[in-house]
Design a protein around this ligand. Structure first.
Ligand code: GTP
Ligand code: MG
Length: 337
């Protein structure tokens, strides 16, 4: 490998498929491919959503050269300008995952959509993790049953993923529980950086991760936990740093959803320390960043008789509203009449 290998401590295998793929782009030779790789531009997708200025600043390549590379990446991905009515059809035809409750599906415009980040936030016991498990099961169902024939990837930052419960919900949905567990990928994150790095890694190497796994749903349960509890962010003086990292994480999750047509679901706690964090105590943790990050935000709360109320608080295209659902032994369902 080249002389400058090791400059940044990055080792690139001689016959790296990533480098080979980058070299298929217009104007990209081995040195340029390495430069892109070292700066985390490792896929056509990541290049296609970069701006020429941003790519130039990161890599030191000229802006003109970066335009050429980005255009070439877009061509490879067949990214085209389409008419608005085609766009409307595409949005309407977007895959959705059923929640198990038709009332909650209706509130969400048919289910949890791919291509977007959906946030469920609420107090402890409101049903966030149960809903996450249900969606992870349902994404594996065939399309005619409200699934996407795809697989889930769960980033568990609270060590609450419970295989026993997962089996119950999978069996009730008509799946073979052993098979369902085999199709599900779980990453137990131990810290903020760990959680962020998992998503970054996927974005760097989609071919060997989400594409190879046929991932159609990524769950982060919970998205903010570490950002709130970690010692590195304690105190007001670290708030800006924390918000910046959270912003980057949400940006990565948005890209994951948007570029790869995946449903991204994040859960979030209700803030309990308004002295330390932005916002009012009834909103989800994460302040302004969370207000603008996810495409759809749903508040969950407990109601009488074990029922749960979902309140669609914010969506770019759906009206505000509420739905009532129940957490049954079989999973999320409409309340029994
Ligand atoms: P935190 O993670 O603590 O913030 O709460 P959460 O919102 O994730 O709550 P979770 O989804 O864990 O929901 C908890 C509620 O779901 C419990 O209060 C139970 O009512 C119900 N639940 C949890 N596990 C089971 C189970 O195995 N069977 C049944 N029938 N209900 C369950
Ligand atoms: Mg939970």
């Amino acid at each position: 490998m080249s002389e400058n290998e090791g400059d940044e401590g990055i080792e690139v295998p001689e016959d790296s498929p990533v480098i080979k793929k980058l070299m298929e782009l217009d104007g990209v030779g081995e040195a340029t491919a390495l430069r892109l790789y070292e700066n985390d531009y490792t896929s056509y997708e990541s290049l296609s959503i970069a701006s020429a200025e941003e790519l130039s600043a990161a890599t030191g390549l000229s802006v003109a050269m970066c335009h050429k590379i980005i255009n070439s990446a877009r061509e490879k991905l067949n990214i085209q300008i389409i008419t608005a009515d085609d766009l409307e059809k595409m949005v309407q035809n977007r895959g959705k995952i059923t929640t198990g409750s038709s009332a909650l599906d209706d509130l969400l415009g048919g289910g949890v959509p791919v291509g977007e980040v959906t946030e469920f936030y609420g107090e402890g016991g409101s049903g966030k993790t149960q809903l996450a498990i249900q969606l992870a099961v349902n994404v594996m169902l065939p399309k005619e049953k409200g699934g996407l024939d795809g697989n889930p990837f769960i980033i568990d930052s609270e060590k609450t993923f419970n295989p026993k419960r997962f089996r119950e919900v999978a069996a009730a949905a008509g799946l073979d529980p052993d098979e369902a567990l085999k199709r599900t990928r779980v990453y137990v994150a131990r810290a903020t950086d760990d959680q962020m790095a998992t998503v970054e890694k996927i974005l760097m190497d989609p071919d060997n991760t989400i594409k190879a796994w046929n991932t159609k749903l990524v769950v982060v349960d919970s998205v903010i936990g570490f950002f709130r509890s970690s010692k590195q962010f304690q105190g007001r003086e670290h708030l800006a740093d924390r918000q910046q990292k959270l912003n980057r994480h949400l940006h990565d999750l948005t890209n994951l959803a948007d570029v790869y047509n995946i449903a991204v679901v994040v859960t979030n706690q209700i803030m309990s320390r308004p002295d330390v964090f932005f916002g009012n105590p009834n909103t989800s943790a994460g302040g302004n960043i969370m207000m603008h990050g996810p495409n759809n935000r749903i508040n969950l709360r407990r109601s009488k008789g074990g029922l749960r109320i979902a309140h669609l608080v914010d969506s770019s295209y759906l009206p505000e509203g509420e739905a009532v659902f129940e957490i049954t032994p079989q999973g999320i369902r409409d309340p029994k009449k």
